[in-house]
Ligand binder design. Structure first.
Ligand SMILES: *Cc1c(COP(=O)(O)O)cnc(C)c1O
Length: 242
């Protein structure tokens, strides 16, 4: 086994254990939290090493880059590919064809286009609704930073019911980039409360999943109820600069 595989395996195993410990500490089932290893911008040899180290679930941000990499990867194991970045609606076909999960559904327009693309390949896809809980203008996602305005989201999100090839399962967010991981906690907490609110207002959907937490703050995210954490650099190492 080469050094790349050994390094990734060590970090992957340690982080899996940290996640399980954090879940147990707050009285949750350790198996409830799923780790998505973010391989965006990582070259094929790193992904190939991650597979050898036992990783099966990968997260990617750019549809074209991901599809290119998927073609080159050799794996006998079943891999699961999660789209975690903003999707332009004209890329819906690529996402429908290549991915197993979408974490970043951020508009009805994308929902409609993706639903069409999925129907064309007779597939359905679990999706998470991306929420902007910080109010940063650079962020994608439905506006959800002001709890007093959550009621306004309800009629719009209710329309997702018409897209029968999409299976909404919960919410996703990306908190502001900050120095200390503890500073993400209020944003994760807000996403959890929003989930509870929507589960009450829109009981026809499933609201079990919360995708939040990256290399910087995955422990905090688990403490705040994450069921998916998306960790890249802490496992695969720094991303090459392009
Ligand atoms: C890049 C990225 C991550 C992972 O970030 P790391 O710092 O590599 O852990 C998680 N989520 C999203 C949406 C990302 O774009």
């Amino acid at each position: 086994m080469n050094e790349l595989v050994i390094g990734i395996r060590e970090r992957y195993t340690r982080i899996c254990r940290e996640i399980e410990d954090a879940a147990r500490r707050c009285g949750r089932e350790p198996g409830e939290v799923k780790l998505v290893v973010v391989s965006k911008a990582q070259p094929i040899d790193v992904i190939q090493a991650a597979i050898e180290a036992g990783v099966r679930t990968f997260g990617e941000n750019y549809a074209e880059e991901a599809v290119e990499k998927m073609k080159q990867i050799k794996a006998t194991e079943n891999l699961s590919w999660h789209m975690i970045g903003h999707v332009q609606s004209r890329k819906s076909g690529l996402v429908a064809g290549a991915f197993d999960y979408l974490h970043s559904l951020d508009s009805l327009h994308l929902a409609q286009r993706l639903n069409q693309a999925l129907a064309a390949v007779q597939k359905s896809m679990p999706v998470l609704l991306e929420m902007n809980v910080s109010g940063e203008e650079s962020k994608f996602g439905w506006p959800a930073w002001d709890e007093a305005n959550w009621d306004r989201l309800v009629p719009e999100l209710d329309q997702l019911q018409q897209f029968s090839n999409l299976i909404p399962t919960g919410l996703m967010t990306m908190p502001p980039l900050m120095g200390a991981s503890e500073m993400a906690r209020p944003f994760f907490g807000r996403l959890g409360r929003l989930r509870d609110f929507l589960a009450w207002k829109l009981p026809n959907f499933k609201w079990t999943e919360l995708s939040m937490g990256t290399s910087a703050d995955y422990i905090i995210a688990v403490e705040e109820g994450a069921t998916f954490v998306r960790v890249g650099q802490a496992i695969l190492g720094p991303r090459p600069v392009r």
